[in-house]
Ligand binder design. Structure first.
Ligand code: SF4
Length: 340
């Protein structure tokens, strides 16, 4: 979509969703700029009503990132969004009012040369499928998504990404495993929907998406949080980095501290994290509480500090460079990082 490849062996793409009012073009563009700086590669914008299409068009025209039109209930909005510069349409055929409406959207996407994401959600399954007692929820979600893919393909439309989400982690994992098995040719957008506020959302998303990504499932990712979408992007990169799938920003290796620690390591680690969070260098930086174990435990860190009594030994890849006072540790780390 746009200049971003999804599927076909391309690296897992990071996306998020705009959270400011749809009609406010300036606010949307400002949020896109912040998200792009944080490493977001695709943004999704809700178009809640036809009156928002003009704003959507203006945002698409000025956005440095490809913009997905997120449309529910009104097929006409999806059709018009395709002609307004949408880089992809995100629809849930289950709430668009029947196959004729879906046909019209497929035609609009094909005419615009853009892909569609078919997003199936546990809350909007076809009532007949939802009522079946012989299938688990994951099987229903996967079947619903497969049916829509087959339908699109029967109409000659193949530029499809699929998502099938539940807020329950294990149901989502099972659903995506079924999809990866049954329609391996279709790229998958993975996420745990409505995962919650920051702490819970991070844990739920990392546990579910971590399983999937480690199994090679997932071509685009969103970590849905009840938070500033900037945190979603940071979380996506942290997860991809933790699984060694993609690295773009520094990874902090810091110890939990124990009775040996004699500096304010929590404060230092937070300062280091804050200073490095937007640095586009995929390095590892260690912040360790004592010199006994520090350099050794963080030997694969590019730069690090192992603290002593009111001081810190700065090290590079396990080798100690010099000792500095506690108040100079941050500056010393930043200076060494700047040399990399
Ligand atoms: Fe304790 Fe030192 Fe290990 Fe930190 S690095 S947890 S201070 S032993």
């Amino acid at each position: 979509m746009g200049n971003v490849a999804i599927g076909g062996g391309a690296p897992c793409v990071v996306q998020s969703m705009l959270s400011v009012p749809a009609e406010d073009v300036a606010a949307n563009l400002a949020q896109i700029a912040r998200l792009a700086e944080a490493g977001c590669e695709i943004v999704r914008m809700a178009i809640p009503g036809r009156e928002c299409l003009a704003a959507f068009e203006a945002v698409c025209a000025a956005s440095p990132l490809p913009v997905v039109a997120d449309v529910h209930f009104d097929a006409e909005i999806a059709i018009r969004a395709a002609a307004c510069g949408a880089a992809k349409l995100r629809i849930n055929p289950g709430n668009l009012g029947g196959r004729e409406k879906t046909d019209a959207i497929i035609e609009a996407a094909a005419a615009a040369g853009i892909p569609m994401r078919i997003g199936v959600n546990a809350g909007s399954l076809d009532p007949e499928l939802a009522a079946r007692t012989d299938l688990r929820l994951a099987e229903k979600l996967a079947q619903s998504a497969r049916d829509y893919v087959c339908y699109c393909e029967s109409r000659g439309f193949f530029d499809i990404v699929v998502s099938a989400k539940a807020h329950d982690v294990l149901t989502t994992v099972e659903t995506y495993r079924l999809l990866a098995r049954d329609i391996p040719e279709v790229p998958l957008h993975i996420g745990i929907t409505e995962a919650g506020t920051l702490f819970q959302g991070l844990v739920k998303s990392a546990s579910g998406l971590g399983i999937l990504l480690a199994e090679g499932i997932g071509d685009t990712i969103r970590i849905s949080l009840t938070e500033d979408p900037l945190e979603e992007v940071r979380a996506c990169w942290t997860l991809l980095s933790a699984l060694d799938l993609r690295r773009r920003f520094p990874e902090i290796i810091s110890c939990p501290t124990c009775g040996r620690c004699q500096v304010d390591l929590l404060g230092l680690a937070k300062q280091v994290e804050e200073n490095l969070k937007a640095l586009p260098k995929p390095i590892k930086v260690a912040v360790m509480g004592c010199v006994v174990n520090g350099p050794g435990e963080a030997r694969d860190a590019d730069i690090g500090v192992a603290c002593g009594v009111g001081s810190g030994a700065i090290f590079r890849r396990g080798e100690i460079l010099r000792k500095v006072d506690e108040s100079d540790i941050l500056d010393a780390l930043m200076k060494e990082i700047g040399k990399l």
